[in-house]
Design a protein around this ligand. Structure first.
Ligand code: NIG
Ligand code: FE
Length: 386
């Protein structure tokens, strides 16, 4: 069955062949055939279809591709956030609080919590989401976190190397052996990606490298948390290993920027984290001007950033990180898809999945111009309005 969406005031196609970054089409229409986009162009040129929906001048853009989240958790760290707002700095150790709560939760509790958060994301226009483990940190609890995540997305990431859990605090090397051995073996069937937190207080570059290489040998692809709390070797490690993406990139030296440009590894910026930890925002402008591909994601998690809203991240990127509204929207859609090595989402061109957002606004600029306003009127996944 085909559906013609017409009356689109502004269509963001992200067509890489277009002259402008977003491949904008005004007074546009789009035809959905089953799960895919079949045609895009000017409304006046649209072909006939089985059904017709008039969007009354609203803007349509590709669904957001949120390439970084930690949704499988239990418990709440609102008090830790409140303390930060009165001056207590963020530290990686807070992760252990969530680990204890997550281990104590039942499978049903974890599943229904993830379902709620994914639904919250959908309402805000996210159509593809990556979900990490990392709050179980035992063989059983990491495998079950990934099995829970798999019910919601193909983009699951094994993050056993999130932090060294309390019971291994005396022997981090033994914990890395566990992560690269039995834990990886139990996790791999449920995961597409492997990740590590390369940071002071978590894992150093040698440990992160060992984890990523073991994951690769088990058939998983690497991504990395790096340079979040201070400068460090993580970004250069990600570039050296040719990872798809390295995430946070809050503290970058010139050599890091050069390494990103030369390797093609995507820098995924997570401005909700800087908002929620009162850290300085990284400059998206500096990276884009240097020729680095920049993605934006939520990092939704109970500690450093508990927002599920990509529109909020777009607004922050524009206001605080020197990105234009077009660059921020592109980073949250097309680049997000690239960061997950996905070529079937992130753009509205024939052949891609019909994942789209209808905004109650005439253009994509309103996402930053009207921050905090729930502008997402409809979210479509694989050709169906949710
Ligand atoms: O991406 N950086 C490491 N992990 C998460 C935070 C986890 C937490 O504080 O619970 C992040 O920011
Ligand atoms: Fe994260």
């Amino acid at each position: 069955m085909t559906v013609l969406l017409t009356g689109i005031g502004e269509l963001v196609t992200n067509d890489p062949a277009a002259d402008d970054l977003l491949g904008l089409v005004e007074d546009a229409a789009l035809v959905v055939d089953g799960r895919q986009v079949a045609w895009v162009g000017r409304a006046a040129d649209a072909p006939a279809a089985d059904e017709r929906v008039d969007l009354g001048g609203r803007a349509v853009l590709p669904g957001f591709v949120d390439s970084h989240s930690h949704l499988v958790f239990a418990g709440d760290r609102a008090q830790e956030f409140a303390a930060r707002m009165s001056g207590t700095p963020y530290a990686a150790g807070g992760i252990r609080t969530t680990v204890a709560a997550t281990r104590a939760a039942t499978d049903e509790q974890l599943t229904s919590h993830v379902a709620r958060l994914v639904e919250e994301m959908r309402r805000q226009g996210t159509t593809t989401v990556e979900i990490k483990s990392g709050y179980g940190l035992t063989v059983h609890d990491e495998a079950r976190a990934l099995a829970v995540a798999r019910q919601f997305t193909e983009e699951t990431t094994f993050l056993g190397a999130h932090v060294v859990p309390a019971e291994h605090a005396d022997d981090p090397a033994a914990y890395v052996d566990l992560v690269t051995g039995p834990m990886l073996e139990a996790a791999a069937p449920h995961a597409r990606w492997i990740d590590a937190f390369c940071e002071r207080g978590a894992f150093d570059a040698d440990q992160a490298r060992a984890v990523l290489l073991a994951g690769e040998a088990a058939g998983l692809r690497g991504r990395l948390h790096a340079n979040q709390l201070g400068p460090g070797p993580g970004v250069r490690l990600a570039a050296e290993l040719g990872l798809a993406a390295v995430d946070h990139c809050t503290y970058l030296e010139d050599a890091d920027v050069d390494a990103l440009r030369d390797s093609g590894t995507i820098a995924t910026l997570l401005p909700g984290v800087e908002f929620s930890t009162r850290q300085p925002y990284p400059s998206g402008r500096r990276l884009i001007d240097a020729g680095v591909r920049v993605a934006l994601a939520s990092d939704c998690n109970p500690g450093s950033c508990f927002t599920s809203s990509v529109p909020f991240c777009v607004a922050l990127a524009v206001r605080e990180m020197g990105m234009t509204p077009a660059e921020a929207v592109h980073a949250a859609t097309y680049r997000g898809a690239e960061a997950l090595d996905r070529h079937d989402v992130g753009a509205l061109v024939p052949g891609r999945r019909a994942d789209l957002v209808v905004l109650d606004a005439p253009s994509h600029v309103h996402l930053a111009y009207r921050p905090g306003v729930p502008l997402v009127a409809q979210t479509w996944v694989a050709g169906r309005a949710l």
